[in-house]
Design a protein around this ligand. Structure first.
Ligand code: HEC
Ligand code: HEC
Ligand code: HEC
Length: 413
């Protein structure tokens, strides 16, 4: 990203007028358009597909499209997008016929997900929306079957889309770097689930591990992922829901700077629970993956062992500075990274502002914090039992209540 900006800067210096006019043009115009060629397909829905689609979508779509207030996939601000990309909202993709995607055909959904071109507007969709050019036909069909299913997350909800203002940088990238992926000319089969390395590679590519863990997310090679610069060595900048910058880590098997010293069991625990061997927890946007099976995680582990071991030290992240008079509870909240998902106000990918009313006694509220998956079986929230010290829960619960009350006061004004 920085390099691109520098490049743009040099260009302006050299051919100021030309670049100036080009920049004005890019800034004033929309994303580029492409001819749209929607395939005629009818995707059969089966219980297996809906189940598989739910699992994939929980890891691939729900995170970005779920609104913490409506609890459904009605779209949300992408506050976790680095600010240089602009102000962006994801969209309502519930089955609502006009506000959501209820009236889209299967072919239109398939076309968008495969190529990255919007079938209704012909515009290429911005690079921060996922594209799945290499996913198996069966898996894409499963996601589409799930979007059509009776899952509560996708039921029609009348919520308007909000309009995004992508930055000049985004528009520049959409003109110069991001291109459509042609529809695959041949069928894409699922990997052989008994071939660990093939399965691992498929998951690394299709769950976006390689996008986030590349040296630079704008320079990923999606078709031949292993040719991506700094493949899985980490270093791309990400942000949490408050737009604080942190960098992806090196997940190659380098012993010092990567995960080369982790056992398969360490890796499974980290992926399922979000807890590293040293006891530290993943910080958002890295989410634990409770829905992956042991077999799938072991396959990712096996594949990661085969890729070049890169020596890329961790870049220091931007830290939070608390006021000198911060309460004990506020310190606990920030110390364990609650704000990275729940925001400084209590609203982020999860909404804490109702917790005070929903769980009036401390015993229950603390139980929700300790064992969240008892209440939300598929949650990505870390299970804090055994991690947060026992005497820290009471002040933490007080602070969670305070966030709810502050939100009520703000609403009343
Ligand atoms: C990293 C965040 C992110 C992820 C992950 C993501 N989306 Fe999106 N999605 C967006 C954004 C942002 C837009 C709006 C793009 C725009 O402004 O044109 C969008 C737009 C869409 C649209 C177009 C809706 C419309 O009315 O124009 C569909 C359909 C969609 N996403 C489906 C999905 C599905 C299905 C998945 C999972 C396979 C998914 N998205 C994953 C961010 C995301
Ligand atoms: C949205 C971007 C994103 C995606 C997708 C993603 N990661 Fe991460 N990952 C990160 C970031 C950022 C960190 C650093 C988190 C931190 O600082 O605590 C991280 C950390 C990790 C770590 C911890 C390593 C260490 O020592 O810090 C592992 C292991 C990991 N990711 C594996 C994966 C795998 C496997 C996948 C695919 C299934 C994946 N990640 C998908 C962004 C992502
Ligand atoms: C990785 C992101 C993440 C982190 C970190 C996180 N949470 Fe959560 N939390 C969520 C999400 C998402 C939900 C909503 C439940 C769901 O659908 O998964 C949630 C739900 C909750 C709830 C229940 C709210 C309700 O209305 O039922 C409480 C309470 C809570 N979190 C407290 C905390 C506290 C305290 C911390 C820090 C110690 C924390 N969370 C850290 C993601 C996170």
């Amino acid at each position: 990203m920085k390099r691109l900006l520098k490049y743009a800067g040099l260009g302006i210096g050299a051919v100021a007028l030309f670049v100036g006019i080009a920049a004005l043009y890019i800034d004033k115009s929309d994303f580029p358009k492409y001819p749209v060629n929607v395939p005629t397909v009818k995707i059969e829905s089966t219980p297996e597909r809906v189940q598989r689609g739910h699992k994939l979508a929980m890891m691939l779509c729900v995170e970005c499209h779920q609104n913490a207030e409506t609890k459904q996939i009605t779209g949300r601000p992408m506050y976790d997008l680095p600010a240089e990309f602009g102000t962006v909202f994801t969209k309502n993709i519930t089955q609502h016929p006009t506000k959501g995607i209820g009236a889209w055909s299967d072919g239109e959904l398939l076309y968008l997900l495969r190529t990255g071109v919007h079938p209704k507007t012909s515009l290429i969709i911005p690079l921060y929306m996922i594209r799945l050019p290499a996913m198996a036909d069966e898996d894409i069909a499963s996601i589409i079957a799930w979007l059509r299913s009776s899952d509560p997350l996708v039921q029609p909800l009348d919520v308007n889309n909000r309009f995004s203002e992508p930055s000049f940088l985004t528009k520049f990238l959409m003109r110069v770097v991001v291109k459509l992926f042609p529809l695959p000319s041949e069928k894409i089969a699922l990997p052989d689930s008994t071939d660990k390395i093939a399965l691992g590679k498929y998951l690394v590519r299709n769950l976006g591990c390689n996008d986030c863990h590349a040296a630079d997310v704008t320079k990923v090679n999606p078709m031949e992922i292993e040719k991506t610069a700094g493949f899985l060595g980490g270093g791309s900048n990400w942000t949490d829901v408050n737009r604080k910058v942190l960098y992806s880590s090196n997940i190659t098997f380098d012993k010092e700077t990567g995960i080369g010293a982790w056992s398969e069991a360490d890796f499974r625990r980290a992926m399922h629970e979000g807890i590293r061997p040293d006891g530290t927890t993943f910080r958002y946007p890295m989410e634990r993956k409770p829905l992956l099976t042991n077999n799938e995680i072991n396959a990712i582990y096996a594949y990661l062992q085969t890729v070049p071991h890169l020596k890329t030290p961790r870049k220091p992240s931007e830290e939070y500075v608390l006021p000198a008079n911060a309460s004990a509870g506020m310190k606990v909240y920030y110390n364990y990274g609650c704000q990275r998902c729940h925001g400084e106000s209590g609203l982020g990918i999860g909404d804490l502002r109702q917790a005070d009313k929903k769980y009036p006694d401390d015993e229950t509220l603390i139980d929700v914090i300790k064992h969240t998956s008892k209440y939300y079986p598929e949650t990505v929230m870390i299970q804090w039992d055994g991690i947060i010290k026992e005497d820290e829960y009471k002040p933490l619960a007080d602070y969670v209540r305070e966030l709810g009350r502050k939100a009520d006061i703000a609403k009343a004004h």
